[in-house]
Write a protein that binds this ligand. Sequence first.
Ligand code: TYM
Length: 327
Amino acid sequence: MARVLSGIQPSGDLHLGNYVGAISRWAREQQPEHFFCIVNLHAITVPQDPAGLRERTVDLACWLLAAGLDPDVCTLFVQSHVAEHAELSWVLECTATMGELGRMVQFKEKSAGKESVSVGLFTYPVLQAADILLYQADEVPVGADQRQHVELTRDLAQRFNTRFGDTFTLPRATLPEAGARVMDLQLVDKRMAKSVESPQGKILLGESEDETRRKVMRAVTDSGAEVRAAADKPGVSNLLDLMAAVTGTDIAALEAHFDGKGYGDFKREVAEAVNAYLRPVRSRYAELRTDPAMVEESLRKGAGKARAVAAETMEAVRDRVGLLPRA
Ligand code: TYM
């Protein structure tokens, strides 16, 4: 059975891209060998208000449980609860090069135009590699934007294995068939992203059905009239991809379904499909939010399970590198 690890940052509001690109698959395919990490150490690579970070961490756990992650099946935990993440990250930083980290697209985007950024933002992908390698993951279910980080992880694992002997499983990213790169509904050439300032372009899990409907109805399309996926129709293509992701229907069948219909009808159906898809999650979230003790207990339990696996890998790493064993 494949070992799986994936992670998500408790920063910004959860959006539909996060959901169809990653979370929905985590829930659908979960198994006992699957680990899901709320990466709060990654969140502090950019300034965070401490109370807000605490709140968002619990809130994100609620959403993940609402999405259907079952702590009796998989392992859901908070990164900072397992000290080995930071420890392995250091060891891997001594394996990674400045050149390869400087090529990371996410770093270039997040540091663009800033006079000063934290060292943590630069070494961010190494901590991500540590998250993955500690659990000996075979597969990393993510959206397309994270593919480069998983490839770096694979390179670092291979380099470490060559230098110190076989230690890490080489992971690969797995992407969903539809919804791997959900685009902003207003800025159609940009990915829907927590960090992009585009309130009307992002469908949030935490908003009302009315708000979702309004955003879809106002989504940027084009001056044509055909509901068809094409490179010169990024807005329509994105809505088709979204509809495919939330209904499980392929794009060709959707194009046939919308043949002869206008953009108004098309958008109405997309909005309804998205709301129907999110309805059960939104309602479970509202229930869970009233029971933070249960959520925290799930995270405590998850941390215990994660620690056992992480400790074993870290012990092997210390041994290979020549760090004296702990008493
Ligand atoms: P994060 O928190 O930005 O996003 C969480 C997941 O959502 C996916 N995603 C999208 N998928 C489709 N369309 C979009 N518009 C979209 N936006 C986001 C992301 O690809 C991701 O799968 N560095 C990671 C967190 C991380 C991690 C890990 C992931 C830390 N350690 C280990 C995997 C394994 C990040 O910032 O994700």
